[in-house]
Design a binder for this molecule. Structure first.
Ligand code: LLP
Length: 432
């Protein structure tokens, strides 16, 4: 199994976090997002204990809420001592509504409106990760008007091309995010920030990409960022206190995917950071990481019921389920791969190939092409798509006016709905 929270019981049913998925599906209906809270906590603790081992108390682990954002997630993050990264007022509002402390929120985004910034300032958001000059100027003025000194990080692009898919690669010089070091724009922004009364420049942020397995990318970005910090120190006498290396550790969607050992990667990057600081004669900064996917992906599974099986002899076979690109758009967007299982007959040999498709009115509504399932798969069978905890619920939509599934949290042998299933009335609540 790709993760140790997945097993098969004597009845041949797939179990998630020790609970029978067939029973969960009959209790809550399908489509259904399951989240394993124990696994989320385990992943948070892995990061925190590795960071502690690497840096003592001088670190911060910031959960990237874009991976999965709903109130219970923020309660878990608060309990686990995580900070959170929000990219919209909506994510900030969700976190605050769950009682998440504003001072531990980092506000990101490449085009925050003045209304967004005012909201963040009024709510006391701890750190704003400033992306561009317009934002820096607006923020300084607004903070001045409100008599606030706002803590910020400047988002820089270190100019690294990670080996991941284009849509999630963000560290390159030509990225829409942040100030490029190479072009001198980062230095201009740093000078400007240091001259501003409404701003306290805490340090610098970078993020190279997502679903990255190669830890050299993190080592390289740390080197570039530390050299930049040294250059700024030499030129302007300012020593950055913090260095945020962003998120991006890859997770296993398939058995054949590599395994990214979070702890050893953190320790490897830390050794490198300490050695580089020594070489450059810099104090080791407070190191921040912003994982999203690697906190929640393997804590998620989606269950669907088969509606139709279509065989086109000599061509293709389809299994159509009661969800689709509305609850998981990742294959349609990125051709993302997933492991798929027949949850009610998980021990049966998977000896026939099907395209697993949804029920949206669109041929691209594919959850996964060419998956092997038992040849007798039929209406009412239960299908599980594994590793759906990240960027599934958070990217779901109401395309074709399908209703979003609920999120059921599994914890310590219990299950509980933490986001309820949408209703038809929810769909028309904004319509006049
Ligand atoms: N920090 C920043 C500034 C980011 O832009 C991201 C992800 C993260 C942290 C978290 O990265 P993670 O640890 O989750 O890789 N929708 C795409 C992923 C987009 C990622 C965007 N930024 C997907 O479904 O694969």
């Amino acid at each position: 199994m790709i993760c140790d929270n997945i097993s098969i019981n004597e009845a041949g049913h797939l179990c998630f976090a020790g609970q029978d998925t067939v029973e969960l599906a009959s209790q809550y209906g399908t489509p259904l997002y399951l989240m394993d809270a124990d696994r989320i906590r385990h992943n948070c603790r892995t990061y925190i204990s590795a960071m502690q081992q690497a840096y003592g108390d001088n670190f911060e682990v910031i959960y990237a809420g874009k991976a999965a954002s709903f109130k219970q997630m923020y309660r878990i993050m608060a309990q686990e001592g995580m900070s959170v990264d929000s990219v919209s007022v909506g994510e900030i509002f969700t976190a605050l509504s769950a009682g998440f402390p504003a001072e531990h929120i980092h506000f990101h985004g490449n085009n925050k409106t003045e209304r967004d910034l005012a909201f963040a300032l009024d709510q006391g958001v701890g750190t704003i990760v400033v992306d561009n000059t317009e934002e820096l100027t607006a923020l300084n003025e607004m903070a001045g008007d409100k008599d606030i000194k706002q803590n910020i990080l400047l988002r820089l692009t270190p100019g690294i091309d990670t080996h991941t898919y284009e849509a999630v690669s963000t560290g390159k010089v030509d990225s829409k995010f942040g100030f490029a070091i190479e072009t001198g724009q980062a230095e201009e922004a740093t000078k400007l920030a240091l001259s501003m009364d409404g701003i306290v420049l805490e340090g610098f942020h970078c993020h190279v990409g997502s679903q990255v397995f190669d830890s050299d990318s993190f080592v390289m970005s740390a080197t570039i960022m530390l050299r930049y910090i040294k250059e700024i120190q030499t030129k302007y006498g300012y020593t950055a206190k913090s260095l945020d290396l962003g998120g991006g550790y890859g997770v296993r969607y398939l058995e054949t995917d590599p395994y990214m050992d979070i702890r050893s990667n953190i320790l490897r990057v830390a050794d490198h950071i300490k050695a580089t600081c020594k070489e450059l004669d810099l104090p080791v900064p407070k190191v921040m990481m912003e994982p999203g996917r690697s906190i929640v992906a393997d804590a998620g599974m989606t269950l669907y019921t088969v509606g139709t099986v279509k065989e086109i002899p000599g061509y293709k076979n389809y299994v159509a389920i009661d969800g689709g690109m509305t609850d998981n758009p990742r294959y349609a967007l990125y051709e993302s791969e997933y492991t798929v299982m027949a949850a009610n007959q998980a021990n049966e040999p998977c000896d026939k190939v099907f395209d697993l498709v949804g029920r949206c009115c669109e041929s691209g509504d594919i959850i996964q092409p060419a998956v092997s399932l038992p040849r007798n798969v039929q209406k009412c069978d239960l299908i599980a798509v594994l590793t759906t905890g990240a960027y599934n619920y958070s990217m779901s939509s109401n395309y074709n006016r399908f209703l979003k599934p609920p999120v059921v949290m599994l914890e310590q042998g219990e299950s509980r709905m933490v986001v309820r299933r949408e209703t038809l009335d929810d769909l028309i609540q904004y319509d006049f």
